[in-house]
Design a protein around this ligand. Structure first.
Ligand SMILES: NC(=O)c1ccc[n+]([C@@H]2O[C@H](COP(=O)([O-])OP(=O)(O)OC[C@H]3O[C@@H](n4cnc5c(N)ncnc54)[C@H](O)[C@@H]3O)[C@@H](O)[C@H]2O)c1
Length: 433
């Protein structure tokens, strides 16, 4: 290894840990990835990738000689210069972030005598770094450095996002520790934002909150479009050209899900509340999103009169295209509500599974999902849905009814193909009475 290359331990082989490990290996560092799941580590050692993330398999394969996988924390830390924490931080019942896995890995750190830096990739509440610092100091590990280096990658584009980020955020207690984290990223072209630890933690939470706010904002605009006869797709195009606003995250739909936005919004809301502040905008963002996921139920009821014994095809189970992650997926909420209303639910997804959704029948093709269905709902914006021969499938349905939950299809074409078509916020085009 050259001087520039470091030894990195990554704790957690999930979506973030694996991408982080593979990308640092690609940058030339020697990486050991540790997870507590023996099956996951065994699979990785065999060259199998336990999650679906475009480009990850190729990256792991290409850098196999610089990547090691282990369940043994001692083996992971031995010789490491930097220890990345990439364990999950799911919500607790109260909505606070559950930091138990973070505390476990901090407490599991061996009593190293040399200087290493612990770098936090997991999304954690503001103040966590300060608490970790005290915990390490109390163990006599004051010589172990700490930095917050939050992750902004999105599932489905995580490898590209890591290698070509909009920015790299580093908050450290000691300048030199921040410098080391910055050097690990040599080879990546991006602005580096250096800050104190608390601000770095807040940057991550605030960035997610800003994106979620845009989604709930455009969803509310969509709902008002429906009530007033406008088309949100045109509205988004029109406002997106404004450079002060921009185009991203202005696609109206059935709401956001995933392993990050819902839990991070709750965690930030709780963080504010625990500090005595009522975060009004964020509360509204969360509430709008919950209602948005259920709006399709109202549309289907209007189109089909009743949901009882109706056969509904859900296209997409993943919370967004490009991933097999179904955590907090709007599809799961929808399926649950439909089943509760007495409907039969048939689901299709190119990579995600309906495991954990009892009562849902998963099929292998869109055609199978639509056969004899009373209605079809586009829930996840999988690009292949735009290429489906919708005209050929309309006669195979019991009633050709579409609710386009992602505004992917052209209303006129769908109507010409024989469908009753409804979407989100497209009253100007929906032709429904
Ligand atoms: N998923 C994303 O796109 C994304 C993006 C940005 C930030 N984040 C944040 O990154 C963190 C990780 O997210 P994720 O989606 O990768 O989670 P994940 O659930 O996919 O992976 C976490 C992994 O950590 C492992 N683990 C638990 N305890 C461990 C321990 N003691 N030692 C080693 N491994 C342990 C788990 O077995 C699991 O494989 C979270 O805080 C999340 O909010 C996620």
């Amino acid at each position: 290894m050259s001087e520039r290359e470091q030894r990195i331990a990554v704790l957690g082989a999930g979506y973030v840990g694996l991408v982080t490990g593979a990308c640092f290996a690609e940058l030339g560092h020697a990486v050991v990835v540790r997870d507590i799941l023996p099956d996951r580590i065994a699979a990785l050692r065999r060259g199998e990738v336990p999650i679906y993330e475009p480009g990850l398999e190729a990256l792991l394969g290409r850098n196999a000689e610089r990547l090691t996988f282990t369940t043994d924390v001692g083996e992971a830390i031995e010789g490491a210069d930097v220890v990345y924490v990439a364990v999950g931080t799911p919500p607790t019942y109260s909505g606070d972030a559950d930091l138990s896995a973070v505390w476990t890995v901090i407490d599991e750190l061996p009593d190293v005598e040399r200087h290493i830096v612990v770098a936090m990739k997991s999304t954690v509440p503001v103040g966590t770094g300060e608490k970790v610092r005290h915990r390490l100091d109390a163990r006599g590990l004051a010589h172990v450095g700490y930095a917050s280096n939050p992750e902004f990658t999105a599932e489905g584009t995580a490898v590209k996002d890591f290698m070509e980020p909009d920015r790299i955020v580093i908050g450290a207690f000691e300048e030199a520790d921040g410098d080391l984290i910055a050097r690990l990223h040599d080879g990546i072209e991006a602005p580096i934002v250096r800050s104190d630890v608390a601000s770095a933690e807040m940057i991550k939470l605030a960035a997610n909150a800003a994106l979620m706010t845009r989604i709930s904002f455009i969803n509310e605009i969509a709902n008002v479009c429906e009530a007033t006869g406008a088309d949100v797709v045109k509205v988004a195009e029109g406002i997106g050209h404004d450079r002060r606003i921009g185009k991203s995250f202005l696609q109206a739909g059935v709401g956001f899900g995933g392993s990050c936005f819902p839990k991070d919004s709750l965690a930030l809301k709780q963080l504010a509340a625990n500090s005595g502040y009522h975060f009004q905008v964020l509360n509204a963002v969360i509430e709008v999103n919950e209602l948005q996921k259920r709006r399709v139920i109202g549309k289907l009821t209007q189109l089909l009169d009743t949901l009882r014994d109706r056969r509904i095809a859900l296209l997409g189970l993943a919370f967004k295209p490009g991933t097999d992650d179904t955590r907090e997926s709007p599809a799961f909420v929808l399926a649950g509500r439909l089943l509760a209303e007495g409907a039969q639910v048939i689901a299709w997804d190119p990579v995600a599974s309906s495991d954990g959704l009892s009562g849902v029948v998963q099929v292998d093709s869109v055609a199978e999902a639509l056969r004899d269905a009373d209605a079809v709902v586009l829930v996840t914006a999988w690009p292949e849905l735009a290429d489906v021969d919708w005209a050929a499938l309309a006669p195979t349905m019991r009633t050709a009814v579409v609710v386009d939950g992602r505004n992917m299809l052209d209303p006129e074409t769908m109507r010409a193909a024989g469908y009753r078509y409804d979407a989100i916020g497209r009253a100007a085009t929906n032709g429904l009475d």
